[in-house]
Design a protein around this ligand. Structure first.
Ligand SMILES: [Zn+2]
Length: 547
């Protein structure tokens, strides 16, 4: 963890135009009241009566920590200090553990002390869920313990649990489920079975959910972000990497994405939805507020930014291909042939076209842009409700290396090259901006959800791939756009608002689910295409056989 104060939340708190973390945390808890008579009984206490050298060193470290905690708040000395203990008093084992209220615990929000707003040495109160700094005799957590009578605290980094104001560490195994929520990590065997073993889970309220397909909190306007994170969390090789790799020495961007992916796939979650607050705060900071939770952005713009920055955060090179998991999964090669269109008047003053040289360029891509044919501007009264449709394979023919496109005074042909990446991303270009207005093309793209043959768009190379063989891809995620008309008093009329949803393939149950923020519902594979596809994620099938 880097030790720094996240300025975004500070400003948000001051500006008051976005909900403060604490407030959101409360809203995030479902309405039904839930008491903690839930059978989470106290486990046995393990006393360590034989302190070794390591233990002694640790104690010294802890004393040091306590001393540091107390440095900055001398004015707030309590009237009397409670006695500090190394262990619970005889007969008082785990006395306080009954007061732990799991239904109020939510570790999705940025770990900032609710008093000092510092992110250094933060503890969560396991009774009310709030964050406080330090646990020494002059710390915020210590005061909270004295003032509110809340006694059990977890350190958000070490995941050690302490009783305050006494100050001893709790060794009970009954708290393991709470430690798991802070940072859910699954063993490799479990991660590799996520797509094959159909699993349902139940949250603390007894609500059933499917790990990997949980609701995601829209704090204010971050639906554009939610759909991209869900889509990426469904790319198996990427997901497995972020669930298994130790990224503790990597920048916060990589660490926080990794924790969010593991929370999305958490099979023992306390609640059946996640809040992306922590990652979003980091992204707002890193992007210079280009992407925030308060203003809606474009999912493709965000995906582009996120993939590039994640690549760099993982130590990827700016020049060397294949230098991070991001490029290994998404990056492909594109052959671009371009030819200048030149014309000049000849002796007879007639225009004469000249054949310029064809220039060939190899480019690398992560997202393939697919263009829609211009939607008819004026339609008959009768045709008004007919929305144009086009097959995916037709707009993909942009990459067949035959059809030429004209850009200004250049004729361009594109073709993909071997090897295609394990995962291809299609951006259906619906939105265009000119000087006056931004336009939307409502054309519906039709597609099968399985068995898309990409071979026709790839430059044949008999050395690496047998000619005539298909290259099958299956859809794993589809981000859709919907234009919703809303009343807008500022223009005294209606305005168009963008609503983003993501359709996800649940491989283990062989079904499709649609997620819009907190809402998760089942979807039919046959009708996925009826919405305005905007960003599609296709995974290459390992076996070259049509199913
Ligand atoms: Zn509390």
């Amino acid at each position: 963890m880097s030790k720094r104060v996240a300025t975004e939340s500070l400003e948000d708190l001051v500006a008051g135009d976005s909900p403060a973390p604490k407030k959101v945390r409360l809203q995030d808890v479902p309405d039904e009241s839930f008491t903690n008579g839930n059978g989470y009984s106290n486990g046995e206490t393990i006393h360590n009566n034989a302190p070794d050298i390591l233990g002694a060193a640790e104690e010294m470290h802890e004393e040091l920590e306590e001393a540091v905690d107390g440095l900055d708040d001398d004015d707030d000395m309590p009237a009397q200090s409670a006695p500090r203990q190394r262990a619970p008093a005889e007969g008082y084992d785990d006395l306080y553990l009954d007061t732990v209220n799991r239904s109020l615990l939510d570790f999705d929000f940025e770990k900032l002390c609710s008093v000092t707003l510092s992110n250094i040495n933060v503890y969560a109160c396991l009774v009310c869920g709030k964050y406080y700094q330090g646990r020494g005799p002059k710390s915020q957590a210590y005061f909270h313990a004295l003032e509110e009578g809340h006694h059990v605290y977890i350190n958000m980094e070490s995941k050690k649990v302490y009783v305050l104001p006494e100050g001893y560490e709790v060794q009970s195994k009954s708290l393991e489920d709470i430690k798991f929520q802070v940072d859910p990590s699954l063993p490799k065997e479990e991660v590799t079975r996520l797509d094959t073993q159909a699993k349902s889970a139940w949250d603390l309220l007894g609500k059933k959910y499917i790990p990997g397909h949980v609701g995601m909190n829209n704090i204010k306007a971050n639906d554009y972000f939610n759909v991209v994170i869900h889509a990426l969390a469904h790319v198996a090789p990427l997901r497995n990497y972020f669930m298994l790799e130790n990224l503790s020495d990597k920048p916060q961007l990589a660490q926080r994405f990794s924790i969010l992916v593991r929370k999305i796939w958490n099979p023992r979650a306390f609640k059946s939805h996640v809040s992306p607050h922590e990652l979003l705060q980091e992204i707002a900071l890193r992007s210079g507020k280009k992407f925030t939770l308060t203003d809606q952005s474009d999912p493709v713009d965000f995906l582009n930014w996120f993939l590039n920055n994640l690549h760099l955060a993982l130590g990827g090179s700016k020049t060397k291909p294949n230098s991070s998991i991001i490029q290994k999964v998404f990056q492909g090669k594109l052959k671009v042939e371009s030819q200048q269109i030149t014309a000049r008047a000849d002796a007879g003053d007639r225009l004469r076209f000249e054949d310029a040289d064809v220039k060939t360029d190899i480019q690398r891509f992560m997202i393939l842009t697919l263009d829609l044919p211009a939607a008819p501007l004026f339609q008959d009264e009768l045709d008004k409700n007919i929305i144009p449709q086009i097959p995916l394979t037709t707009i993909l023919s942009k990459y067949d290396g035959i059809r030429a496109q004209e850009r200004l005074n250049t004729r361009i042909r594109y073709r993909l090259m071997h090897p295609l990446p394990p995962c291809v991303l299609f951006h259906v270009k619906r939105f265009s901006k000119n000087k006056f207005v931004s336009e939307r093309n409502p054309t519906i793209v039709t597609f099968p959800v399985r068995s898309l043959d990409m071979a026709p768009y790839v430059e044949p190379d008999p050395k690496v791939f047998p000619p005539g063989e298909p290259i099958w891809y299956d859809l794993v995620a589809n981000i859709t756009h919907e234009a919703v008309r809303i009343r807008d008093d500022s223009v005294e009329g209606e305005a168009e608002r963008k609503v983003w949803r993501v359709q996800l393939r649940d491989k283990a149950h062989d079904q499709w689910l649609e997620v819009q923020d907190l809402f998760v519902e089942s979807a039919s594979a046959d009708t996925l295409f009826t919405k305005e596809s905007y960003l599609q994620v296709w995974e290459r099938r390992r076996i070259a056989k049509k199913s």
